[in-house]
Write a protein that binds this ligand. Structure first.
Ligand code: PLP
Length: 330
């Protein structure tokens, strides 16, 4: 019996709602659900215009096109990253330049590390990643937007819906915020993403041809099944966060967990996880832990990222919670 690494918080209400959608014989995109979803996202994101998209990668692609990025342009990004982000840049024939993480136990970039890359490479765009539930400080965005001409995209994918301690929104000083509702994310509908843009030359309508040269257009619609799953998750945000915090508290009894007080996404340990794995095994279950070594091997400016050992990511989901609860381990 295996406790999976990632598992969505889907319950009876989700099944019921999805069956009634299927009974309606229409599973296409519903504009009223999109509007509700956008309102929910905008509670966390400072936005002039938010779009629901099919993935975080699609959101990055549209943001880059929206900024008029051309083949060969440089884009700065974090050395610890999701391969999909790098793939979008390769897809558009852009040149990735990497800034380093803060240190081996804090995967966010420092202002200094971003500046090194901005000064040397003068990229057209910098993608700044809020990493695993821990947000990059607002003053860094403020500083970069005041002192550099490059566009700033905030990648909120692994951290949505974490918020700043003063409850201010993400995206105050950037040109766009992107997020993902992909299957391993804190809030998931299986697939999905969002894109919030300050100045938009983009239309997500699928049924007309935009002839104006400066308007880009792409069908980014997701099905009502995904819309429904994502919307229901918004109603469960507090519940999901509480569950994750309880699991992390359990792990902390057996191993040291990185940034445990605010992690909504991954339970990461740089220490041995043998003790916790053995404890779970004594109940006849196995933990699906994932070994990660994130740094993108060929990049420059990653002395911190490349110094770190492999880390382990432990299950942080409803299946794990149910197991712990059932065995009075919480
Ligand atoms: C930091 C980050 N950005 C972007 C993405 C891409 O999102 P998607 O998988 O929805 O394309 C991911 C996905 O894992 C991610 O971790």
């Amino acid at each position: 019996l295996i406790i999976p690494h990632s598992f969505p918080s889907i319950d009876k209400r989700d099944s019921k709602d999805i069956i009634s959608l299927i009974d309606e014989s229409y599973v296409g995109n519903k504009s009223n659900l999109n509007e509700i979803l956008i309102k929910k996202i905008n509670q966390f994101v400072n936005s002039d215009k938010t779009y629901i998209t099919q993935s975080g990668s699609q959101s990055i692609l549209i943001a880059l096109k929206n900024f008029g990025i051309k083949e060969g342009d440089k884009v700065a990004l974090c050395s610890i990253n999701c391969p999909s982000v790098i793939n979008v840049l390769r897809f558009l024939n852009l040149v990735p330049v990497f800034y380093d993480v803060r240190n081996t136990c804090d995967f966010r970039p420092s202002q200094e590390n971003i500046e090194i890359v901005l000064n040397e490479h003068k990229p057209k765009v910098v993608i700044i990643t809020h990493c695993f539930g821990v947000l990059v400080e607002k003053n860094i965005f403020h500083f970069i937007s005041n002192n550099y001409r490059c566009k700033i995209i905030e990648d909120y994918s692994t951290s949505f819906p974490s918020s700043y301690s003063d409850n201010s929104k993400v995206g105050e000083y950037s040109d766009g915020v992107i997020g993902s509702f992909g299957s391993t994310k804190p809030i998931t509908g299986g697939i999905g993403g969002f894109l919030s843009l300050r100045k938009s030359r983009f239309k997500s309508s699928y049924d007309c041809l935009h002839r104006e040269q400066d308007i880009i257009s792409l069908n980014t619609n997701i099905s009502s099944i995904n819309q429904c799953l994502i919307l229901n998750q918004f109603d469960k945000i507090d519940e999901i966060a509480t569950i994750k915090k309880k699991i992390i508290k359990f792990y902390c009894k057996y191993t040291s967990i990185w940034k445990h007080d605010c992690s909504l996404f991954r339970a990461i340990t740089f220490r041995s996880s043998e003790l916790v794995e053995k404890t779970i095994e004594s109940y006849g279950y196995k933990l699906d832990t994932r070994e990660c070594l994130h740094p993108y091997i060929s990049c420059t400016y990653m002395s911190n990222a490349s110094r770190f050992n492999k880390y382990k990511s432990l299950p942080l989901n409803i299946k794990m919670y149910n197991f712990l609860n059932h065995n009075n381990l919480l």
